[in-house]
Design a protein around this ligand. Structure first.
Ligand code: GLV
Ligand code: MN
Ligand code: MN
Length: 414
């Protein structure tokens, strides 16, 4: 017989709101960069909620947090769920947090319904899903899944040249980086609840997205060295303006993504630093940070190749030096058919509409897919807006997602 979890949406919303107030910026802006004072207070708050739910909490050497509800057969690999609580500057209150606090409420609802699962259910709060500090996303799950080696992790530096080791130690985490990597099979299966961060579910009036694929993200840094000078005195012939060269590269990237032949190809230049940044001075140096994604890894790589070709061309034509640094180029992930089937059956039992879709955003599940079968459950968000303060998911959408997550966890945990 199907279980009927009762989601306590009012207390879940209170918890989401309390978490949102733990921010480096004034409400409604959520800014919570990993290892800042706000991140540490947010971790303590979530931990107190996990303690209150009688979960056994453990943290690894970089602060990935595991909160376990022990099953009746604790020797079996657990079912994992969870997401992240760090937030990019000027963000909203639902990205990641719905998967963490919603995952916790799913566990509590199963306990209230008198369920005792065979497998343990483990809530995971991943460290630094957002790339703000080190320029690389999904730090915690990257290290768990062996994609980022301990040696490479030691080399990560923030803009103030502080290393991961220093920052995690100051934040109170210790232990060998080697111990963060997990064994294959550490999770029997993993399900992540998240807001869609796109407009489709809301536009189509569908309650839930069942994610079949997670797009492959890549990031490339570009440094352009030209020649500075007086904006009045230096005539146009012979200029080596680094920002004019950057402008060509930005448009070349846009054009490569638009002409890939697929709607799934997207490319963005989200960072453009100009030196010296004075109105009457020709830019001598520019740093660009690019973000290139596709559900098809090979097609994504062709856009990277087109960008690299444009770098050589612009460098030769304009006499500027262009150097590139590939930060990451991860393959896409395919979600597990058995978890998708369990989510679909759960949605049907709960009377919620659903559709299969791809995730164009990346998530920790992209990396956990390397060590366990994964799938993701999306709920709508207003206007598809995310990574901005007016990000919004209605109580009804959240309650529906948590209800279906709880039913799915119960099925998977047996
Ligand atoms: C995650 O936040 C992403 O940028 O997809
Ligand atoms: Mn995000
Ligand atoms: Mn997220």
């Amino acid at each position: 017989m199907a279980i009927e979890p009762k989601i306590e949406i009012d207390s879940l919303l209170e918890e989401l709101t309390a978490l949102a107030k733990i921010s480096e910026a004034d409400p409604p802006v959520v800014t919570r960069v990993v290892f800042t004072e706000a991140d540490l207070r947010a971790r303590a708050y979530v931990r107190s909620l996990c303690d209150g739910a009688w979960l056994t909490v453990q943290e690894d050497a970089i602060g990935n947090t595991f909160a376990r509800w022990q099953g009746s057969e604790p020797e079996l690999a657990p079912i994992g769920t969870g997401s992240h609580i760090d937030a990019i500057p000027n963000a909203g209150m639902y990205d990641g947090t719905v998967g963490v606090l919603g995952g916790l409420e799913a566990i509590r609802s199963l306990r209230r319904a008198g369920i005792r699962p065979r497998r343990s259910i483990e809530l995971v709060i991943f460290t630094a899903e957002e790339p703000t500090l080190f320029g690389i996303g999904c730090l915690g799950s990257r290290m768990m899944s062996h994609v980022l080696t301990p040696a490479a992790a030691l080399n990560l530096r923030d803009k103030q040249d502080r290393g991961l080791d220093e920052l995690r130690t100051q934040a109170g985490f210790s232990g060998a980086f080697e111990s963060v990597a997990l064994l294959q099979g550490r999770f029997h299966q993993f399900v992540e609840l998240h807001i869609e961060q796109g407009p489709l579910l809301e536009q189509e009036g569908i309650d839930l997205g069942l994610v079949t694929h997670i797009a492959a993200p890549a990031s490339l840094r570009i440094h352009i060295d030209g020649e500075g000078g007086h904006a009045g005195g230096k005539l146009m012939p012979g200029r080596k303006d680094a920002l004019a060269a950057a402008a060509e590269l930005i448009l070349a990237l846009e054009s490569a993504a638009k002409s890939s032949g697929a709607i799934d190809t997207v490319a963005t230049v989200g960072v453009c630093e100009v030196f010296p940044g004075a109105v009457n001075s020709i830019p001598s140096h520019v740093n660009l940070e690019t973000d290139i994604r596709d559900t098809d890894g090979a097609r994504r790589n062709r856009v990277i190749d087109a960008l690299l070709a444009a770098c050589s061309d612009v460098s030769a034509r304009r006499g500027v030096t262009v150097t590139t640094e590939l930060v990451n180029a991860d393959p896409p992930a395919t979600c597990d058919p058995a978890i998708l089937a369990a989510m679909e059956a759960s949605a049907q039992e709960a009377g919620r509409s659903c559709k299969r879709m791809v995730s164009r955003a990346y998530h920790d599940s992209l990396f956990i897919a390397r060590i366990a079968p994964v799938a993701m459950l999306f709920i709508p968000c207003r206007g598809g807006w995310s990574h901005r303060p007016d990000e919004y998911a209605s109580p009804e959408w959240i309650a529906g997602g948590v209800d279906v997550l709880a039913r799915t966890l119960a099925k998977l945990a047996g």
